[in-house]
Design a protein around this ligand. Structure first.
Ligand SMILES: O=C(O)CCC(=O)C(=O)O
Length: 257
């Protein structure tokens, strides 16, 4: 969880079995009906339906539950297709609008049923960018950032993302249609200790939260560490938690109640 708070994503390679990946292509070609905003997952996807079976894969179910808590609702879902030789890439963006919540976050699931090669573009994302809050494609002028990653992956890969991460579909220069299925989940319970917290005191937690990413100059990356501390305090219900005194220093207001 601390690594998710630092990176803004959790990647699971080849987690979906081959038969489901093969079925996915036909389903995505045919299209999936829309889901009204805020529909509980169980209502949105009938037992036995493709999406329900996808979400019931234990590693996916466990990771979604750990991140968003029990009984999330579906914000929306969409099949993203990048056409062969489409000629352009998507601008770098964060989904929806600027979202400054500290103590709640949405999780976006991205599922890739096919192998994604470099020529197929892949989804660009910028690890650690999710807490540098921006409005939609205000970042669109950035063509390349240090440390960015382009998702090339084996079939059946799923990535779970914090809603704020900067990302964009890269240009598909291959002969193959590239499919990605995205589902955005909204929490309905406080996202507090929703995962296995037996190792909260492990020094590795602070080490993960103290990471610096190459897309910003070293000292300015302190802001990310501060924001991660604030998120970690909310997630663990521990208002004293800090890394290197960053949050304690700026909260010090002697004599005020
Ligand atoms: O197609 C992709 O790789 C990413 C698309 C996406 O995430 C979006 O449109 O917001």
């Amino acid at each position: 969880m601390a690594r998710f708070v630092a990176n803004g994503f959790h990647r699971m390679d080849a987690i979906v079995p081959a038969d489901l990946n093969e079925e996915a292509i036909g389903i995505f070609e045919a299209g999936l009906p829309g889901v009204p905003y805020g529909t509980p997952v169980e209502q949105a996807y009938e037992p036995g339906s493709f999406t329900r079976r996808l979400l019931e894969i234990p590693a996916i179910a466990g990771a979604v539950r750990s991140l968003v808590g029990a009984d999330p609702t579906v914000d929306h879902h969409a099949i993203h297709i990048r056409e062969p030789h489409e000629g352009s890439a998507q601008p770098l963006h964060g989904d929806a609008i600027i979202d400054t919540r500290i103590d709640a976050f949405d999780v976006q699931l991205m599922y890739y049923p096919q192998e994604v090669t470099g020529t197929m573009g892949g989804t660009l994302s910028v690890p650690g960018s999710h807490l540098r809050r921006t409005n939609e494609s205000d970042t669109g002028r950035y063509q390349n950032l240090r440390g960015q990653t382009r998702l090339t992956c084996p079939p059946g890969t799923v990535v779970l993302l914090h809603h704020g991460i900067w990302h964009g579909g890269r240009r598909n220069d291959s002969d193959i249609r590239r499919y990605m299925y995205k589902i955005r989940f909204n929490p309905t319970v406080p996202q507090v200790r929703t995962w296995d917290v037996s190792d909260l005191d492990d020094p590795q937690v602070a080490a993960e939260l103290n990471r610096y990413f190459p897309w910003c100059e070293h000292a300015t990356g302190r802001l990310e560490i501060y924001n991660r501390v604030m998120m970690w305090r909310a997630l663990t219900n521990n208002p004293q938690f800090d890394v290197e005194y960053w949050a304690t220093r700026v909260a010090n207001r002697p004599g005020r109640v």
